[in-house]
Design a protein around this ligand. Structure first.
Ligand code: UDX
Length: 439
């Protein structure tokens, strides 16, 4: 099938590459000429494991091309809208400017029978509004809402082998023409028995925001337990292991630490609250305000813990921060808890050096005032306290004896609870985890 993908950010680039891998003839379209230039050379504009290799291998097939010219979308059967929906400045609501612009510029190139596929995360009600416009401008084309659930760092696998497909069509009609087109797009995955659900527009839109809200709630729940464990002298990691053994609860997304960040969970729960307010259902989601507050409190808690751990003052304290990305296997620093902690420490007078295997270029753009050091050993040299804030594998594997020779004081604060506390203590370190006993 010939497919156009509008928006070559995280979602769009990965989707374009994966659709081409499935055998479709794909054109990726974006207004950013630099991005298109890089992609045309087979290079992703961000780090995602396996993506550069996939883009390079697809170049030889001729099935994947990139352009800034939206008119090239003409002739495609399916047109995926994959543009970003960031948080509005100074508000909780989502900014739909890019969705509206992409949709408007696509309209004139649509033919009868074409399917416009919304993948961006949007407030419930958006699809119905766009469908009304489509019905006026090209009544023979269709709109389907097909939310995306990919995780950064696992984006290719999540796109090729998702847990489920959700298609939102008018009235949730299984026999809608767009359903057959979507089944053809995803034929390879559907053949592997991936569950596929057809719903109305509003349900499809809500599936995405509800899923992200649930995940955020799970993380904040365990972080709230961490606060209680800190007060009671209990160990939140053992608590999570024990409650996670109950199948109804499950162990996934129960890792207490410095909390969630990134381009999705924080802004999606805020946009969801804003939309519920517009719908008169704000009471239903007031708990998400608490989820957000617990999450933000973790960052302050790490700063306070660092102060307490190091004798009551941060002034002039040499701090080595390991990790800048919002999570490992990503160079994304949007709303990164690690960088937020580093910046707060620096503001309070600490002498902070941050390292990360992938995210320093993006970190420098967002926090030019931070001291960034690509070399791990140089970052650790003479540190009076080490903060592990993003759990990259190379930080999990650090040898406490070797690190001990570089630092000037053996104090480690494990912001993700991924280190073996006994091993570090045995090597002479003072170890602190979050929601874990002191000794
Ligand atoms: C998320 C959703 O998982 C994905 O389905 C959706 O499509 C987009 O948003 P992503 O933002 O890539 O994906 O990251 P995710 O793996 O969900 O992690 C989000 C944040 O939560 C990270 O900062 C991570 O460090 C943190 N986290 C995750 C925890 O603090 N504890 C956990 O147990 C799990």
């Amino acid at each position: 099938m010939r497919i156009s993908i509008i928006g070559c950010g995280y979602l769009g680039t990965v989707h374009a590459a994966c659709m081409a891998k499935l055998g479709h003839d794909v054109v990726g379209i974006d207004v950013d000429a630099d991005k298109i230039d890089r992609l045309s050379k087979g290079r992703a504009p961000f780090f995602e494991p396996g993506l550069d290799e996939l883009l390079t291998s697809l170049q030889a097939t001729g099935r994947l091309s990139f352009t800034t010219d939206i008119s090239i979308a003409a002739g495609s059967t399916a047109h995926f809208i994959c543009v970003g929906t960031p948080q509005k400045r100074g508000e909780n609501a989502a900014d739909l400017r890019h969705v509206d612009a992409a949709f408007a510029s696509l309209l004139q190139y649509l033919d009868a029978g074409d399917v416009v596929v919304g993948k961006s995360t949007v407030p419930v009600g958006t699809a119905a509004g766009l469908a009304d416009i489509l019905a006026e401008r090209q009544p023979e084309a269709h709109l389907v809402w097909n939310p995306e659930f990919l995780r950064e760092g696992h984006a290719i696998e999540d796109t090729l082998h998702p847990d489920r497909f959700v298609y939102g069509v008018p009235g949730g009609d299984e026999d809608h023409r767009a359903v057959a087109v979507m089944d053809e797009v995803y034929a390879a995955s559907i053949a592997l028995d991936t569950p596929r659900m057809v719903t109305d527009y509003a349900t499809a839109e809500l599936v995405k925001t509800a899923a992200n809200s649930f995940l955020a709630t799970k993380i904040s729940f365990i972080n709230a337990m961490a606060e209680v464990c800190e007060a009671a002298g209990a160990d939140v990691t053992r608590l999570a292991d024990a409650i996670g053994l109950d199948e109804r609860i499950g162990r996934h997304f129960l890792n207490a630490g410095i909390g969630f960040g990134g381009g999705c969970l924080p802004k999606d729960i805020r946009a969801f609250m804003a939309r519920a307010g517009e719908l008169g259902a704000d009471q239903a989601l007031t708990f998400l305000r608490e989820v957000d507050a617990i999450n933000m409190r973790r960052r302050t808690r790490v700063v306070e813990l660092t102060r307490e751990f190091c004798g009551g003052t941060l002034l002039g304290l040499r701090v080595a921060v390991l990790g800048a990305a919002f999570k490992p296997e990503s160079d994304d620093v949007r709303d990164s808890p690690a960088l937020s902690v580093a910046a707060q420490l620096q503001l309070q007078g600490a002498d902070v050096t941050v390292t990360d295997p992938r995210a320093l270029t993006n970190a420098a753009r967002r926090f030019p005032e931070l001291n960034l050091e690509p070399d791990l050993d140089a970052c650790l040299a003479n540190a009076e306290v080490v903060l592990l804030l993003t759990e990259w594998e190379e930080y999990r594997q650090l040898d406490p004896h070797l690190v001990g020779r570089l630092v000037s004081a053996k104090r480690i604060l494990d912001g993700r609870n991924v280190l073996d506390a006994d091993k570090w203590r045995t090597a002479g370190w003072a170890y602190r985890g979050l929601g874990r006993p002191n000794a």
